[in-house]
Design a protein around this ligand. Structure first.
Ligand SMILES: NC(=[NH2+])NCCC[C@H](N)C(=O)O
Ligand SMILES: [Mn+2]
Ligand SMILES: [Mn+2]
Length: 277
């Protein structure tokens, strides 16, 4: 329902106001979860076969869009779709990633407290732990040193250890408090563009404070403000380094008057170059 809510909130019009002529490629087929046991497949990774199917079709769609010299914008859905976005974006290029999120999404089935794959996509794409050699999930050539997480404020114990064991750069909410969103985002862009052909921007709406983005499944207090979020997206646009983009975790059932979906459309416009003047 997330993509419907985001379309209904006026994504196409917002992108047009950013000077983009969007083409809606429609929805990918998602296998119905009720047809299989949620626990089927590898231990502690719910619906992982369905995630694998969606990953493969999304990766193909993303790499096709790039081959046609367009910029793919994927709508979730939960953050597990990032595996497909990353695999597709990395297929014919060396990419960097900026992960705007309250969470690290660096769990693996062995460390996850929930079994929810939306808490695992970054580890999956990097081939960490259980995901080592999981070809369907690994983004070819993606290097941890080109990955930056921005806005982290909720991380599980073993997940924190796994992040520390890699060369991923993390900017927590404390870093944003101390240095400001502009500095932090510019540094994250440096990390993600260093030696790469372009950057995948993954925007989890729970990055924002739940007062501004209530329609998410795993809200965490103390997130970025509306203005900080726009400032970061405007810097992304100005860098001209964005290769692919995604909006995830909008859940209209938990939303208030579709405001989180509306916010998602506005932030997309900023990322695609909309300016105030
Ligand atoms: N994309 C997200 N909202 N991820 C939330 C992850 C929450 C928690 N760390 C877990 O692994 O279950
Ligand atoms: Mn996330
Ligand atoms: Mn999150």
């Amino acid at each position: 329902m997330g993509p419907s809510a985001i379309r209904y909130a006026g994504l196409a019009g917002q992108l047009e106001s950013a000077g983009v002529s969007p083409t809606d490629a429609g929805d990918l087929a998602v296998p119905h979860h009720a047809t299989r046991d949620a626990d089927a497949g590898p231990a502690n990774a719910k619906h992982v076969q369905e995630v694998e199917e969606v990953t493969t079709s999304l990766a193909d769609a993303v790499s096709t869009a790039l081959a046609e010299e367009t910029t793919p914008l994927a709508l979730g859905g939960d953050h597990s779709i990032a595996i497909g976005s990353l695999v597709g974006s990395a297929r014919d290029a060396d990419i960097g990633v900026i992960w705007f999120d309250a969470h690290g999404d660096f769990n693996t089935p062995s460390t996850s407290p929930s079994g929810n794959v939306h808490g695992m996509p970054l580890a999956a794409a990097l081939g960490i732990g259980d995901f080592e050699g999981a070809e369907w999930a690994n983004a070819a050539g993606l290097e941890a040193e080109n990955v930056a997480i921005v806005g982290l404020r909720s991380v599980d114990g073993p997940e924190a250890e796994a992040i520390r064991d890699t060369d991923v750069t993390v900017y927590t909410m404390s870093d944003i408090d101390e240095r400001g969103i502009t500095d932090v985002t510019n540094d994250a862009l440096d990390v993600a563009t260093d030696g790469t052909d372009g950057v995948h921007i993954s925007l989890d709406l729970d990055w924002l404070d739940p007062r501004e983005a209530p329609g998410v499944g795993t809200p965490v207090r103390g997130g970025v403000t509306y203005r900080e979020a726009h400032a970061a997206m405007e810097l992304v646009a100005r860098s001209e380094a964005m290769r692919s983009f995604e909006l995830v975790e909008v859940n209209p059932i938990l939303d208030e008057h579709n405001e989180t979906a509306t916010l998602a459309t506005e932030l997309a416009a900023s990322a695609f170059g909309k300016r105030i003047l």
